[in-house]
Design a protein around this ligand. Structure first.
Ligand SMILES: *Cc1c(COP(=O)(O)O)cnc(C)c1O
Length: 396
C-alpha cells in the first residue's frame, strides 16, 4: 500500500534537499535564554528566539506554574464549553482585555488557531477581507476558510489599501487585516493611516500583535500604543508563545459581541483542548509583571537601539526597524548561509533567510534582540558580525 507513496515522498524530499531548502533542526539542551547549550555541547548566544522580554526562563513565571500544578493539576482534558473552563482561564482572559484596553478576550491553544478561527464565524460571502500581502501564514489560512470576498494590498502600501477599500464598498462589511510587526523586516504596520482609511471607508480593523505585543510601544502594549490607538481597534490577536513567556497559547481580544460570537462558533475554540492551568497562571503573573513596572520593556528598547546603532556604525545595511527584529541585509542567499554558519562557529546563533521566505535577491540574517541580553552579549555579537563581515567583504 505504502510503497508508491513512499517513493513519491522520497523524491519530493530529495528535491527539497537539492534546492537547499531542507530544514535541519538544532537541538537545544538548556532552557531558552540569552546563552543556550546545544546537543553538540557548544554554548552559544541566542539571537534567533522570540524570547523578546527574556521571560522564557523567568523565575516568577516558573514559580506560578509550579504552584498551579499542585493547586489545579496538570491538564484540562476538555474543550472550554464542556468542562475545560477554569477560574484561571477566565482570569487570564480578563487580564488580556485589561492590557490591550479591549472589552473581552478568548483563549486558544495558539495564535495560529486564533487566526484560523477568527474570520469564518464573523464574515460570509457578503463581506470583504482586505489583507496585507505579507501577513502571517495563519492569517492567510484563516482567510481561506472564510467565504468573504478577498482583497490584497502590497505590504503597508496605503494607496493600494485605499483602492481595495473603494472596490470593497460593494460588500456589506469590510475588515482590514494586518500584522502589527512584519517578522522578516521588523517594520510596523502604518496603523495611523490604516485607521484613517478605515474611518473614511467604513471598515473594521484586525491587528495580529504576535511580534509586537510586549515589544512595541513604551509599555509594550503593541502597535495600538505606538499609534495612540489603544482600545480603538475592533480585533487584536496575539500569542503567549513569544514575548509573553514563550510557552504556548494564543488569544483574540476586542469588541464584546465579536468575542461572544467566537465563543459560539470559532472552530479551533470549540473543537480543541484548553490550555493547561499552569500556563494560564503563568500568563496571569506575566500580565501583572507587565503592569508593575516597565523594566523589561525599557531594557529591550535600550538593547535594540544600542545594537542597531552599533551595527549601522560598523557599516551594515540594516532594514528600518521599529521592533526588536533587526534584518542585516546581505542580498545573496549563499552568503547568508555562509555568514550564519561562521557566526555560529564564533558562538552566535542566528539564522540566514532567503527565497522563498523573503523575496528573491533579498537574503538576510535576522537578529532578534531580547531583554535577556546583557551589554556583553550584544558586544560579542556585534564584534563577531564585524569580523566575519570584513572577512567576507560585506563591510569595508
Ligand atoms: C508567531 C506568529 C503566529 C503564531 O503564533 P503561535 O501562538 O506560535 O501559533 C501568528 N501570527 C504571527 C504574526 C506570528 O508571528
Amino acid at each position: 500500500m505504502y510503497s508508491d507513496f513512499q517513493k513519491h515522498l522520497q523524491k519530493e524530499l530529495q528535491a527539497i534537499e537539492e534546492a537547499g531548502l531542507y530544514k535541519q533542526e538544532r537541538i537545544i539542551t538548556s532552557p531558552q535564554h540569552a546563552a543556550i547549550r546545544v546537543s553538540t555541547g557548544q554554548e552559544v548566544l541566542n539571537f534567533c528566539a522570540n524570547n523578546y522580554l527574556g521571560l522564557s526562563n523567568d523565575k516568577e513565571l516558573i514559580k506560578a506554574a509550579k504552584k498551579t500544578l499542585d493547586s489545579h493539576g496538570y491538564g484540562m482534558s476538555s474543550v472550554r464549553f464542556i468542562c475545560g473552563t477554569g477560574d484561571l482561564h477566565k482570569e487570564l482572559e480578563g487580564k488580556i482585555a485589561e492590557f490591550f484596553g479591549t472589552e473581552d478576550s478568548i483563549l486558544y491553544a495558539s495564535c495560529f488557531d486564533a487566526n484560523g478561527g477568527v474570520f469564518e464565524p464573523l464574515l460570509d460571502e457578503n463581506d470583504a477581507i482586505i489583507s496585507d500581502a505579507l501577513n502571517h501564514a495563519s492569517i492567510i489560512d484563516g482567510v481561506r476558510l472564510c467565504k468573504a470576498q478577498r482583497y490584497r494590498y502590497a505590504n503597508a502600501n496605503m494607496e493600494e489599501l485605499e483602492d481595495c477599500l473603494k472596490r470593497a464598498q460593494a460588500q456589506r462589511h469590510r475588515l482590514i487585516v494586518t500584522d502589527g510587526v512584519f517578522s522578516m523586516d521588523g517594520n510596523v504596520a502604518p496603523l495611523d493611516k490604516i485607521y484613517e482609511l478605515s474611518k473614511k471607508y467604513n471598515a473594521m480593523i484586525m491587528v495580529d500583535e504576535s511580534h509586537s505585543a510586549g515589544v512595541v510601544g513604551r509599555t509594550g502594549r503593541g502597535t495600538t500604543e505606538l499609534f495612540k490607538l489603544h482600545g480603538k481597534i475592533e480585533i487584536i490577536t496575539g500569542t503567549l508563545g513569544k514575548a509573553f513567556g514563550g510557552a504556548i497559547g494564543g488569544f483574540t481580544t476586542g469588541r464584546k459581541e465579536i468575542i461572544d460570537m467566537l465563543r459560539q462558533r470559532s472552530r479551533p475554540y470549540l473543537f480543541s483542548n484548553s490550555i493547561p492551568p499552569m500556563i494560564a497562571a503563568a500568563g496571569i503573573r506575566m500580565f501583572e509583571m507587565m503592569t508593575e513596572n516597565n523594566t523589561l520593556q525599557d531594557k529591550l528598547h535600550a538593547n535594540t537601539e544600542y545594537f542597531v546603532a552599533k551595527m549601522k556604525a560598523a557599516g551594515f545595511d540594516i532594514k528600518p526597524t521599529e521592533s526588536a527584529i533587526c534584518a542585516v541585509m546581505l542580498y545573496d542567499a549563499k552568503l547568508s548561509q555562509i555568514m550564519a554558519s561562521k557566526l555560529l562557529d564564533k558562538g552566535i546563533y542566528v539564522i540566514g533567510f532567503y527565497y522563498p521566505v523573503v523575496p528573491k535577491g533579498e537574503a538576510r540574517i535576522r537578529v532578534q534582540v531580547s531583554a535577556a541580553h546583557e551589554k556583553e552579549h550584544l558586544d560579542k555579537c556585534i564584534t563577531a558580525f564585524t569580523e566575519i563581515g570584513r572577512e567576507l567583504g560585506v563591510i569595508a
